[in-house]
Design a binder for this molecule. Structure first.
Ligand SMILES: NC(=O)C1=CN([C@@H]2O[C@H](COP(=O)(O)OP(=O)(O)OC[C@H]3O[C@@H](n4cnc5c(N)ncnc54)[C@H](O)[C@@H]3O)[C@@H](O)[C@H]2O)[C@@H](O)CC1
Ligand SMILES: [K+]
Length: 482
């Protein structure tokens, strides 16, 4: 698992640690880790040109000390000081002593254009309110340069706690972060500025850090969560998932949601709706009926919404699913027919799976505001509905109704997932995992993870049926065939 801690938690843990170690020791640990990643990216340090973008805080200090280490191994270097009179004094002294040159912001773009490596030490967790105007040309020059750009702790200009980005921000090829991940490294739009993430341990005590704001599952976590049939399993014990999807107008959604539900860990799939013939043609193992959910027989979880439309039949379906005493996943058209009261009244878990547009409609926000403030949006929806909410997007987020529970950020997304029907595949899969007994947050985050891996394993350009067909391979990939 990767954990993302708030700035306040990092400050608390750093404060406690600093009281126990020699002055400057933490910064040296950070600088050593940073220099090692820089050297790795350069391949050959001797003769390489290193540029440091140094702001006035400790983040600039880390970058200057790291560059000094590279200079001592034969690199040449220029430090671009954003506020020359307030630069980190010890870091700057070490950098000069190693032979580094110094310039003001105006000399930055030319130095960056010739660089092999740019260390972005403008701001770290102390940065407020995005990049200042004088830093913007430097961020732009670094983006255009052929140099590898390494962000120190965070890409400067992004918000560490929220993942929000106001205006310009540095775009890094890699980010070397210290002690723990920050939410902004795991949530878009900030995360897409961070590049590959490297964590450098500096000795923070997990007890001082306290609970994270955010978590990102890794392969081993997902492997441990995936349901596995045991000797006593039969199809009913493994869970039956009911899928209420599709309409005369959108029969394809039924087929897609079922195609992932049958590959999602439940023992059987019950389909309810007018698409039974198309569903059976693709998946003859499905139990189909054309009535409403209430009369369809027992299930351990319901999925309602993909391609459902909004007629009377659709309304009844959503109502009946919400009244059922089993976990329910509501997606797509189902989300338009939802009242917060009906969801809040439920005793069994509810998982809502909006994309940004649907989330915007549910919140009464603009779509742009949801996309810019994804963490805030998903938390707010979970609170309003008293439900688990999976907000789809480039980094899909899953929030629990309890605000003390960390939000899960999915690390496996790819833009190929932005394809018609991809959401139907996700909801069938997540519903299947719910029926197999996973709690809503685990079902949602595990489904998003597998969905992303399936996309990576498929040959682009990807279609939704490819994605469903790749789920067994994704499952194998994650669980190592176990
Ligand atoms: N505290 C510690 O124990 C450690 C801190 N480390 C580093 O220290 C960083 C935090 O250092 P600081 O607290 O000094 O904070 P930063 O270096 O992130 O930034 C603070 C400085 O930047 C200025 N500033 C704020 N917003 C700005 C903006 N938008 N544009 C330009 N300047 C802006 C502030 O006036 C202040 O001088 C971490 O991100 C990490 O890189 C590491 O050395 C590891 C140990
Ligand atoms: K930085």
């Amino acid at each position: 698992m990767r954990y993302g801690h708030s700035v306040a938690a990092v400050r608390r843990a750093e404060g406690a640690l600093m009281a126990r170690v020699a002055e400057g020791a933490l910064m040296q640990r950070a600088a050593a880790g940073l220099a090692a990643v820089g050297a790795d990216l350069l391949g050959r340090v001797y003769g390489a040109r290193v540029v440091v973008l140094a702001g006035s805080g400790a983040n600039g200090g880390d970058a200057l000390f790291a560059a000094a280490r590279l200079l001592r191994r034969g690199a040449s270097g220029t430090a671009v000081l954003l506020s020359p009179e307030r630069a980190h004094a010890e870091g700057l002294a070490a950098f000069r002593a190693a032979g580094g040159r110094v310039t003001g912001a105006e000399g930055g773009p030319a130095a960056i254009a010739r660089a092999d490596l740019v260390l972005d030490g403008i701001t770290g967790i102390g940065g407020k309110g995005g990049l200042r105007p004088e830093a913007e040309p430097l961020a732009e020059a670094a983006h255009e340069a052929r140099a590898a750009v390494v962000a120190v702790d965070l890409p400067s200009g992004v918000d560490a706690d929220t993942g929000e980005v106001q205006g310009a921000a540095v775009r890094a090829d890699a980010t070397v972060t210290f002690g723990t991940y920050k939410p902004g490294l795991l949530v878009d739009p900030a995360a897409e500025h961070a590049g590959a993430l490297r964590l450098v341990e500096i000795g923070l005590d997990p007890a001082e850090l306290g609970p994270p704001e955010l978590e990102a599952l890794q392969h081993a976590d997902v492997a441990a969560l995936l349901p596995r049939p045991t000797g006593e399993s039969d199809k009913y014990r493994r869970g039956v998932v009911g899928v209420v999807a599709g309409s005369e107008r959108y029969p394809g959604a039924a087929v897609l949601a079922v195609s992932s539900a049958v590959r999602g860990g439940a023992g059987a799939v019950r389909y309810v709706g007018p698409g039974g013939t198309a569903v059976l043609a693709q998946h003859p193992e499905t139990l189909v009926s054309d009535g409403s959910p209430r009369g369809a027989g027992r299930v351990q979880a319901w999925v309602v919404g993909p391609g459902l439309g909004d007629d009377a039949r659709a309304r009844t379906a959503v109502e009946e699913v919400l009244q059922a005493p089993v976990p329910a996943l509501v997606d797509a058209d189902g989300l338009r027919l939802l009242s917060p009261e009906a969801v809040r009244r439920r005793e069994a878990p509810t998982l809502l799976t909006p994309h940004a547009g649907e989330a915007a409609a549910l919140l009464g926000w603009s779509r742009e505001d949801v996309e810019a403030g994804r963490l805030r949006a998903v938390r707010e929806l979970a609170a309003r509905f008293g439900a688990t909410v999976l907000l789809k997007g480039s980094t899909t987020l899953v929030a629990d109704p309890d605000p003390a529970v960390p939000v899960r950020a999915n690390p496996t997304g790819t833009s190929w997932l932005a394809t018609a029907g991809s959401g139907d595949v996700l909801s069938g899969l997540a519903g299947s995992l719910l029926a197999a007994g996973l709690p809503a947050r685990d079902a949602g985050s595990t489904a998003a993870y597998l969905h992303g891996i399936a996309a990576r394993l498929s040959t682009p350009p990807l279609t939704a049926p490819d994605l469903a067909a790749a789920l067994p391979a994704a499952w194998q990939n994650v669980s190592g065939g176990a």
